[in-house]
Design a protein around this ligand. Structure first.
Ligand code: DGI
Ligand code: FE
Ligand code: FE
Length: 186
């Protein structure tokens, strides 16, 4: 599997609109990977496959999580938006025989973040938030921070996501708080 074949696989299962997002995330993630000397192969493949399961039906995604012996079942008790990352990573591991943990983790945690994210995980997490197709108030500062300080950019992204979810009285998955806390304490 390389970045091109990963993009071709996501194209098979995504709408044109979603695939265009995936392509922008991949480009942005590779730019950041160069800037921060990250593993470009891991970043590129993970970015290309990060939303692989985004358009699969929620029942199917729930079943994948229920039947997995390593994914946490509490994912099912929060927002249904949370399922496509972990279920996608599981599907990708099974279908494409990808065993590289760093790639699977970057896909799994791209929505929530987590404490202890690798450089490559942080890059995919951030690239998904700041890709050029995004347009909401916090994205401008996040883009600026992304080229200056990767950790601060992730911290700010987590802060704004928490703020956004709270403003809508939505549940927030604990990994998001753990990621925020880790990057906030000095
Ligand atoms: O799949 P995308 O739309 O490209 O982006 P994503 O995977 O980051 O999903 C985004 C949505 O998930 C976003 O609107 C916020 C929402 N969400 C729901 N619950 C949580 C959450 N995001 C985080 N970080 N933590 C949550 O608990
Ligand atoms: Fe996503
Ligand atoms: Fe995405």
């Amino acid at each position: 599997m390389n970045v091109e074949s990963a993009l071709a696989e996501s194209k098979k299962v995504l709408s044109n609109k979603r695939q265009a997002h995936v392509e922008r995330v991949t480009e942005e993630a590779l730019r950041l990977a160069k800037l921060y000397n990250a593993n470009e192969e891991h970043v590129g493949i993970a970015a290309a496959l990060h939303d692989y399961a985004k358009e699969f039906d929620q029942t199917h995604l729930s079943e994948i999580i229920e039947s997995s012996d390593h994914l946490p079942k509490d994912l099912l008790m929060f927002n249904e938006e949370l399922l496509h990352g972990p279920a996608g990573a599981e599907l990708i591991r099974r279908q494409f025989n990808i065993t590289e943990k760093n790639i699977l983790h970057a896909i799994c945690y791209h929505t929530t973040g987590r404490a202890g994210m690798s450089l490559e995980e942080k890059i995919v997490f951030l690239a998904d938030y700041i890709e050029p197709g995004r347009d909401f108030p916090a994205v401008y500062k996040a883009r600026e921070l992304a080229t200056q300080d990767l950790n601060e950019a992730c911290r700010y992204t987590l802060q704004e996501t928490i703020r956004f979810l709270m403003s809508k009285q939505q549940l927030i998955y604990p990994d998001t708080f753990h990621a925020y806390n880790e990057l906030t304490k000095n």
